[in-house]
Design a protein around this ligand. Structure first.
Ligand SMILES: NC(=O)c1ccc[n+]([C@@H]2O[C@H](COP(=O)([O-])OP(=O)(O)OC[C@H]3O[C@@H](n4cnc5c(N)ncnc54)[C@H](O)[C@@H]3O)[C@@H](O)[C@H]2O)c1
Length: 138
């Protein structure tokens, strides 16, 4: 039995990079994987790559900076696979204006707050509500 058999994992920003690699690794361990990615085409590509390797994966176009969009992705995971057990808050990544702390424009800092910190907080809160609801139902 694989380590994640029977588990459903939602991975944000899994259209490329670390998120895609995590989707492949979790699916190889038996998880059903939901790719919540802003770039719909990249998300679908990840789902295809996982499926070609024998995994079970679905992509949902998601913008993690929009709370409703994250909630919709979590609802889609529950509808499609019957639950949610793992959230990998991965979306983010570098931007062309990434640089050192003394050189980075202050606007980049303020861009990063909603896209990274707040988005991760709200995704964790939405996923936790779903996880606790299911625990209470048992
Ligand atoms: N690669 C590194 O060395 C490194 C180091 C430290 C931290 N990280 C963090 O790990 C995570 C993944 O890194 P990576 O190198 O694979 O990045 P990446 O840029 O290759 O991938 C990030 C993915 O997130 C998606 N994304 C961006 N904004 C989104 C949004 N609003 N909603 C949904 N999806 C969105 C992108 O489309 C992309 O597919 C990032 O959060 C990054 O900050 C990476």
């Amino acid at each position: 039995m694989a380590r994640l058999d029977g588990r459903v994992a939602l991975i944000t920003g899994a259209g490329t990079g670390i998120g895609r690699a995590t989707a492949r690794a979790m699916a190889a361990e038996g998880a059903k994987v939901v790719v919540a990615e802003i770039n719909a085409e990249a998300g679908e590509q990840t789902a295809q790559i996982v499926a070609q390797a024998g995994g079970d994966c679905t992509a949902v176009a998601t913008d993690v900076t929009e709370e409703d969009s994250v909630r919709a992705a979590i609802d889609a995971a529950v509808r499609h696979y019957g639950g949610l057990h793992i959230l990998h808050n991965n979306a983010g990544g570098s931007t062309p204006v990434d640089s050192t702390v003394v050189e980075v424009p202050i606007e980049e800092f303020w861009r990063a707050i909603p896209s990274i910190c707040l988005a991760r907080f709200s995704a964790a809160a939405s996923a936790y509500r779903q996880l606790s609801r299911r625990a209470a139902d048992r």
